[in-house]
Design a protein around this ligand. Structure first.
Ligand SMILES: Nc1ncnc2c1ncn2[C@@H]1O[C@H](COP(=O)(O)OP(=O)(O)O)[C@@H](O)[C@H]1O
Ligand SMILES: [Mg+2]
Length: 436
């Protein structure tokens, strides 16, 4: 049919592991996604000649998108979502197959990818308009709206490489949403901004989709995906696992998540220990006790580990270490710290560890889990679980500090005492205002 605007045929992309080319990464990824780097390095430990290994980030994906469709692209981390979008926006080439875009040249814009890091915010707005084939006057007409939406007015003349990831994404999203490309690609924008900005983005996306524009929306926020999209595609290890009505696709994805991260337990060369007590599965449960990889700071989170005990062992000690994307051990949870009395080990069972108000800033995390029996290491899995913290209710503001400044959040209260030299009159209070 004629109104097909994106046609993807038998698309495959192979990457060499350990050879992540710089040019392939969007600037936002350098800021945020590099998150995954320590994991990737860990994954390669103990394997021979990692530079020779390849991975199919996409395998034989066939897909058509019609004009005006708002398509949700979902899947676990590493499923190939960003690779699909990067091929569509021509940041990277497919290894096999084709990806065709119909429409005028420059009709497609991926949030942030048209940004040049040496240029200022103002220059990038004009640059992106030019990429979309807009005239200077047209861009000028949109300029104020973009600046108002992004809330970065004070930094308009600062090169965007100095922006925080939040500022960067706010501007990138504002540019993409206001410059009216025919096709808009949005990759995990909501994962970076604060709660207020997420809400604003969702409102804007809704507006954009009402105007007949085609949108490909990648997000882990299932309620956002369900409210914006009619149709969804589920990627699983680079393959198209399902293409259909969004509710069905989300349901399938959640069921799939519920099966936990099996691969960490089968045939994992990083695993060590004498094996008296072995872990067999791990999951993270959200505050509704549902399996999830995406948690909210300030809410309850539970780490669940199933074990098998084929030995005579009667007691064990379980320890968890949570690492952030920089590889920093953020916290360590250990049964001995809380004087937990586990009772007698059975031949199989589950250990559950509940954190009432998850104090982690937004970002990506990895959990290493260890079991000790009689002071000896029985099982150690360095990458038992991977999860994201996607938004925050930890502080009443809904804000979350950047991981750069904060590995772990602490409840705190501010007060304000005014000290005036005796005899002086009260000032206007201006210098006592503390700005956050
Ligand atoms: N430039 C690259 N070089 C090597 N491997 C890559 C590169 N980009 C992505 N990958 C790998 O390809 C797979 C799919 O990645 P990606 O498309 O980013 O997934 P998603 O966006 O769904 O999380 C992952 O295993 C990832 O590590
Ligand atoms: Mg991605």
């Amino acid at each position: 049919m004629n109104d097909v605007v994106i046609r993807v045929e038998a698309l495959s992309k192979r990457y060499r592991i350990g050879a992540k080319e710089k040019a392939d990464r969007t600037f936002r990824e350098v800021l945020t996604d590099m998150a995954a780097a320590p994991f990737r390095r860990l994954k390669n430990l103990g394997k021979s000649a990692p530079s020779e290994e390849t991975i199919w980030a996409l395998r034989d994906v066939t897909l058509e998108v019609r004009r005006g469709e708002v398509l949700g692209v979902i899947g676990r981390n590493g499923a190939g979502k960003s690779t699909l979008l990067k091929i569509l926006s021509r940041i990277t080439e497919p290894t096999k197959g084709r990806a065709e875009i119909r429409g005028r040249v420059g009709s497609l814009l991926e949030v942030g990818t048209g940004f040049h890091e040496e240029l200022t915010g103002r220059e990038n707005i004009y640059l992106n308009g030019a990429i979309l084939g807009m005239k200077k006057a047209e861009i000028e007409r949109k300029f104020d709206e973009i600046v108002a939406f992004s809330e970065i007015e004070k930094f308009l003349d600062t090169p965007v490489k100095r922006y925080s990831s939040g500022m960067y994404v706010r501007l990138a999203f504002a540019v993409a949403a206001h410059l009216e490309p025919e096709i808009l690609l949005v990759d995990e924008v909501l994962a970076v901004g604060d709660a207020a900005f997420q809400k604003k983005c969702l409102g804007k996306m809704d507006e954009v989709s009402q105007t007949g524009r085609t949108v490909l929306f990648v997000s882990h926020n299932m309620s956002a995906v369900q409210s914006l999209c009619q149709r969804g595609v589920l990627l699983r290890a680079g393959q198209l696992a399902l293409d259909g009505p969004i509710d069905e696709v989300v349901k399938e994805y959640l069921t799939y998540l519920a099966n936990g991260s099996k691969h960490a337990f089968d045939d994992n060369p990083e695993r060590s220990g004498n094996g008296l007590v072995r872990l067999t599965a791990a999951r993270v449960l959200d505050e509704s006790s549902r399996p999830s990889q995406h948690l909210i700071a300030g809410r309850r989170a539970t780490f669940e580990f199933a074990y098998k005990n084929a030995s005579e062992a009667k007691q064990a000690n379980v320890i968890l270490t949570i690492f952030n994307h920089l590889g920093v051990a953020v916290t360590h949870l250990d049964m001995r710290l809380t004087n937990f009395a586990m009772g007698r080990l059975a031949s199989s069972g589950k250990f559950l560890c509940t954190v009432p108000d998850l104090p982690l800033p937004m970002g990506q995390y990895r959990v290493a889990v260890g079991v000790q029996v009689n002071g000896q290491l029985s099982d150690l899995i360095p990458n038992a679980l991977v999860f994201d913290v996607e938004s925050s209710t930890f502080y009443d503001s809904g804000r979350s500090p950047a991981v750069k400044w904060c590995a772990c959040m602490v409840k705190h209260n501010w007060s304000h005492d005014i000290s005036e030299p005796s005899g002086s009159s009260r000032n206007d209070g201006e210098q006592n205002v503390v700005r956050s």
